[in-house]
Design a protein around this ligand. Structure first.
Ligand SMILES: Cc1cc2nc3c(=O)[nH]c(=O)nc-3n(C[C@H](O)[C@H](O)[C@H](O)COP(=O)(O)OP(=O)(O)OC[C@H]3O[C@@H](n4cnc5c(N)ncnc54)[C@H](O)[C@@H]3O)c2cc1C
Length: 412
């Protein structure tokens, strides 16, 4: 971890807005350096970690070349060169060892905690940041004031100030040097870590450009008559030359291939067309027709596809005997297998894993995560216009940007 040695003992109070993956890890680094941290969140800290990796927390990906790693981010690739040069996959593994969370690498390169439990990861991290002050309030605005920033919160009450470890204290901010005045707080340094689905209107008083947020890593809506739940293995997306599993759902398509496509095409307007090769390998349909002349066509295609898929896919041809299929029909079926076209009309509402869009990277210095026009105001994690594919890349960028911001704050 290039830079942990700069985590020396200095005393300043830092506000972190958002206690998700990036906010809590940033808090960890700052506390370790002896700084004081106040975390603002309207919800429980690190609750966003619980569903990750299907509850197992896919916390990184075993790609150790930072430029190769950055290729997994449709938005943010170049920006992340500098970030990953400071904190990348090895650093994440070391960080989690330091947090007493040993990890292992799955066959497909995805890195998980040995416990396979996002809940346990959450508990360990919270244990390590229990000295942070936790304000369970929703931040509604950030404004520039002399010497720092004013943070406005909704529904303030002294009882909402607690510590991440669980103990509760009334209005502790006075005692600990931060400034609180009713629902307004001031801090010399503020880290914004509100994630990908926030109300960007908390930035309304700042002149910061926001790239319109769009859902990514999400199922795609289209009108195809294939029964829900069927998975085809190793389908090739002709448009993008990516091969992965395709899941058919009641709304259209989902699963790994659809997720990757949704990420690459996140900025695109609907509707758009996609073409798939459903069986991108050698396959001689005529030979099968000759071998099994008495079989129904659906049972012939069941040699390469699940039978209920074959039936729906073939429609009116499903029950025709192989010996009755002429050359034109055969070619038509082959063409449909290798150029299966769908029209995508939207994304499946609420299913998105991450958000494409967010704070424009032109506004941020990648060496520090500080806003170029706002000294001592930092942005980390998914609030930025950075998002990666499935496989641990989104948490990796959360940890990495958190480290870079913390390192920069500590060095001031
Ligand atoms: C179901 C699911 C599974 C996922 N699985 C994986 C995975 O296995 N691997 C992977 O790499 N990524 C995964 N991701 C993505 C990953 O969880 C996110 O990219 C990551 O959590 C982003 O971290 P963050 O700190 O930027 O934001 P978050 O973790 O989203 O945290 C943001 C925090 O800010 C708080 N907040 C927002 N607005 C305000 C406000 N106005 N005032 C106060 N607080 C506020 C929120 O309550 C939240 O706690 C998954 C996402 C989902 C939804």
């Amino acid at each position: 971890m290039s830079g942990t040695d700069v985590f020396s003992n200095k005393s300043r109070r830092i506000a972190i807005i958002g206690s998700g993956a990036s906010g809590c890890i940033c808090a960890y680094f700052l506390l370790k350096a002896g700084l004081e941290v106040t975390l603002f969140d309207f919800a429980a800290p690190l609750r966003t970690l619980l569903p990750t990796g299907g509850g197992r927390c896919n916390l990184a990906h075993a790609e150790y070349d930072f430029k190769e790693l950055a290729k997994n981010y449709p938005r943010g690739e170049k920006f992340l060169y500098s970030v990953f040069s400071k904190f990348s996959t090895y650093d994440t593994i070391s960080l989690f060892e330091e947090l007493d969370i040993p990890t292992y690498i799955q066959e497909n390169g995805r890195i998980f905690p040995e416990s396979n439990s996002a809940k346990k990861v959450r508990e360990k991290i919270l244990e390590k940041i229990k000295k942070a002050e936790f304000v369970k309030e929703k931040v509604t605005g950030i404004e520039v004031i002399e010497g720092g920033y004013k943070i406005t919160t909704e529904n303030p009450s002294p009882a909402s100030v607690t510590f991440a470890g669980g103990s509760r204290t009334a209005d502790s901010s006075h005692a600990r040097g931060g400034g609180k005045e009713c629902s307004r707080w001031w801090f010399p340094h503020v880290v914004v870590a509100i994630g990908g689905k926030p109300s960007f209107n908390i930035l309304k008083n700042l002149n910061i450009n926001i790239i319109e947020p769009k859902p990514s890593l999400v199922g795609l809506n289209c009108d195809i008559k294939i029964p829900s739940g069927i998975v085809l293995k190793n389908v090739l997306s002709g448009d993008m030359n990516i091969k992965d599993d395709l899941l058919f759902t009641h709304f259209g398509i989902s699963g790994p291939l659809a997720y990757t496509i949704s990420s690459i095409k996140a900025g695109e307007n609907f509707p758009y067309k996609l073409s798939f090769d459903l069986y991108p390998q050698d396959f001689n349909l005529q030979e099968l027709l000759n071998t099994y002349p008495r079989k129904d066509l659906k049972n012939i295609l069941a040699e390469i596809f699940p039978v209920n898929f074959a039936k729906a896919f073939l429609g009116e041809f499903a029950d025709i005997k192989a010996c009755k299929i002429d050359g034109k029909t055969r070619d038509c079926i082959l063409n449909k297998i290798h150029n299966f076209e769908v029209t995508i009309t939207g994304t499946n509402k609420g299913e998105e894993t991450v958000t494409a869009g967010g704070v424009d990277l032109d506004e941020i210095n990648p060496k520090t995560m500080e806003a170029k026009n706002y000294p001592n105001l930092y942005f980390i994690g998914e609030v930025l216009n950075i998002d990666g594919f499935c496989g641990g890349f989104n948490l990796q960028s959360a940890w990495s940007t958190a480290f870079v911001a913390a390192e920069s704050i500590i060095q001031i």
